[in-house]
Ligand binder design. Structure first.
Ligand SMILES: [Zn+2]
Length: 302
């Protein structure tokens, strides 16, 4: 931990934001442990946010398991879906109105446009390389309107209250992703509490990204920004796989007129052959390690 980057402020608010799409693994546990240590060092509050917005991926039975695993590992939070708090609800599946309001704001301000490209279309059209993370190929701009052309999402959002699966489809049967137009060529920089100055160029390191998916699910980038702002998070501690997403999210904060929190990214734990751990690496799930007789104290030593 770098003490110089710690926020000396009794109002420090950090968060743990696991998604119940599988068993938590040791990498998550260690990142969350750092988040807790930083909150404690600053006399702050830790919030548990259940990132269950993507109902196509998460499983309900993972939620109690997730909470049990976090507790076993020694994590304690003061606000969360299990204990409440002033800035809830703390499960993303109960927060759709917040995301819809942000989407509407982005639309009114001309930051987003509808995109009907399939993944295959993008792969076929993309001449640019992949972004350096999980977002796939850099969007080639096929559906991007000319500068200043606003797309009217607001009436669509309002009329259907975002409940129907057809809500954001331009015509029935056509899936529309809403994309955020990034300012091409602009360098997005931030000082990471762990890695120092980070710089990414919009349009080169990452392209126009989805904020609302064609299956009517708010995308990670939007939900994360909306929640971190609404829950008054002052420092986001998470894995280094999200460094590029931080650059995207800083653009979203700006577009929404919000102040970004501080960021502290943790080095990723690597598995065999230097590959990133994924939730399918059950051997390193906290649950398996516990069953094998490991103690949280030994697992937190790194
Ligand atoms: Zn498109």
């Amino acid at each position: 931990m770098n003490p110089q980057s710690a926020i000396r402020n009794s109002q420090y608010r950090g968060r743990l934001a696991p998604s119940p799409t599988g068993l938590l693994h040791l990498g998550h546990g260690r990142t969350f442990w750092v988040a807790q240590e930083r909150a404690r060092a600053n006399g702050g509050t830790l919030i548990l946010r259940n990132e269950d917005i993507d109902s196509t991926r998460f499983k309900l039975e993972f939620v109690p398991q997730m909470i049990e695993d976090l507790r076993w590992f020694g994590l304690e939070w003061q606000e969360g879906p299990d204990c409440g708090g002033a800035l809830g609800p703390y499960s993303q599946s109960e927060r759709r109105p917040f995301y819809a309001a942000a989407l509407e704001k982005l639309s009114e301000r001309g930051f987003i446009y509808p995109c009907t490209c399939s993944r295959q279309d993008i792969r076929d059209a993309a001449s640019a390389p992949n972004a350096g993370d999980d977002e796939g190929p850099i969007y080639p701009g096929t559906c991007r309107p000319k500068e200043g052309v606003k797309s009217q999402v607001s009436s669509v959002v309002q009329s259907a209250n975002l409940t129907s699966h057809d809500t954001l489809h331009v015509t029935r049967g056509t899936r529309v992703n809403w994309r955020f137009r990034v300012p091409d060529g602009e360098t997005v920089s931030f000082v990471d509490g762990n890695f120092g100055v980070q710089q990414f160029v919009a349009g080169k390191d990452f392209g126009d990204f989805v904020v609302w998916r064609g299956d009517n699910v708010p995308a990670y980038q939007l939900a994360c920004v909306v929640d971190d702002a609404a829950m008054q998070i002052t420092e986001v501690v998470r894995g280094a796989d999200l460094l590029l997403s931080t650059a995207r999210q800083i653009l979203l904060y700006r577009a929404l007129g919000l102040t970004p929190p501080a960021f502290y990214h943790c080095a990723l734990m690597l598995g065999e052959k230097g590959k990133r751990l994924a939730k399918r690496h059950d051997v390193l799930s906290l649950r398996t390690l516990r069953q094998l007789g490991e103690t949280p104290e030994s697992l937190r030593r790194f």
